[in-house]
Design a protein around this ligand. Structure first.
Ligand code: ASP
Length: 352
């Protein structure tokens, strides 16, 4: 190659270009020594600021951007080459289908690049598990995707966000973390998106996989995994959002003493294509089914299965396995992008 270049008239230019390429590739080589992790920020407490350092509630969302998060952690430079994309800077109660779909498409695009190692998503903890489960169903890669939040704002004395983020990047950068689906990272615990729920309003150990326990831990010496999720996810999922612009409306009703069918009727009137219930109201369900609404039976207890039964199947009602109602809603939304057949949707609830 050098000889070819020197044969040309402008050999000086070519030698310069050649050494430039060499230098550039040297830089590229130095960078590829580290894994490439992209940070997708959406907001939440991890990006919030309170009035003073002891303020752990009533802080303002949307204050800390991705650059500040990254600059706050010089340690990241030793773990991975970090790039970032700000998707939003909102409290997780404002998360919607539009942001979710764009987030999934952006992560899929990033992970499809051969040089990418993993992805980290910042998120408010309130609905973090819903986004994590959604991504678990639509990301088309085995590379690790970590969803991370914090229980204390960025401004707090003993804030948990930075260590959570550092640990999320450690896992996202690790080839050992491939094939586990989307994971949730807080409090040194690596949890599976499908299995994990926020269980406490304020404590830092809020995320628990009640029926299962964590997948592993981010200890100082190394990352340890003890088990793998068995239900279908990510690269083995049949759901594809690449051409979707919106998701079908699915609502959740909550049953308590003396509750009636008012919410079911109201959701159907509002255009619900699916409803997750925590108990049956046979009359309202029959009317809804005639209008093409699909019903899934969940439970309000937060752990344990809603098992398949002949009775529910006979009524055309899908059962939700051990998904809590708000996660059954996510799966039903995606299921409805493919079919309205309760039997086929039941198969999906048994597999995902
Ligand atoms: N309100 C916050 C949210 O869900 C709570 C949090 O991020 O921890 O966005």
């Amino acid at each position: 190659m050098i000889r070819t270049l020197l044969c040309r008239k402008c050999c000086g230019t070519f030698i310069f270009l050649f050494s430039g390429i060499f230098l550039l590739s040297g830089v590229a080589f130095a960078q590829t020594q580290l894994p490439n992790v992209k940070l997708f920020t959406t907001g939440g407490t991890i990006q919030s600021v309170g009035d003073h350092r002891q303020k752990l509630m009533e802080y303002s969302a949307g204050k800390v951007g991705p650059v500040e998060l990254i600059n706050d952690l010089p340690e990241l430079k030793k773990i991975a080459n970090i790039t970032y994309l700000e998707e939003s800077n909102i409290g997780s109660g404002s998360m919607d289908a539009k942001i979710l779909l764009k987030l999934a498409k952006d992560i899929n695009e990033w992970l499809a690049q051969p040089e990418s190692s993993g992805a980290v998503v910042t998120h408010g903890t309130g609905t973090l598990e819903e986004t994590a489960y959604f991504l678990n169903l639509v990301i088309k890669s085995d590379k690790p995707v970590m969803v991370v939040g914090a229980m204390r704002p960025f401004s707090a004395v003993s804030r948990d966000g930075p260590f959570n983020l550092l640990n999320a990047v450690r896992v996202a950068a690790s080839p050992d973390a491939r094939g586990f689906g989307v994971m949730i990272m807080l409090n040194d615990e690596i949890n599976a998106a499908r299995e994990t729920t926020k269980s406490n309003t304020y404590r830092v150990d809020t995320f628990v996989a009640r029926d299962m326990g964590p997948l592993g831990y981010t200890d100082s010496d190394r990352i340890v995994f003890y088990r793998k999720p068995t239900y279908r996810h990510t690269s083995k999922s049949e759901f594809d959002v690449s051409d979707l612009k919106d998701l079908p409306r699915v609502d959740v009703t909550y049953v308590y003493q003396e509750s009636d069918a008012t919410t079911i009727k109201a959701f159907i009137k509002a255009g619900a294509k699916g409803i997750v219930l925590t108990d049956n109201d046979d009359e309202a369900i029959k009317k809804g089914q005639k209008k093409g609404v699909v019903f899934v039976k969940g439970d309000r207890k937060g752990s344990g299965r809603v098992a398949e039964s002949e009775k529910q199947a006979g009524l055309g009602i899908v059962t939700s396995d051990n998904l809590p109602p708000h996660k059954a809603r996510i799966l039903l939304r995606l299921a409805l992008t493919k079919t309205k057949d309760p039997k086929e949707i039941q198969r999906m609830f048994n597999e995902y």
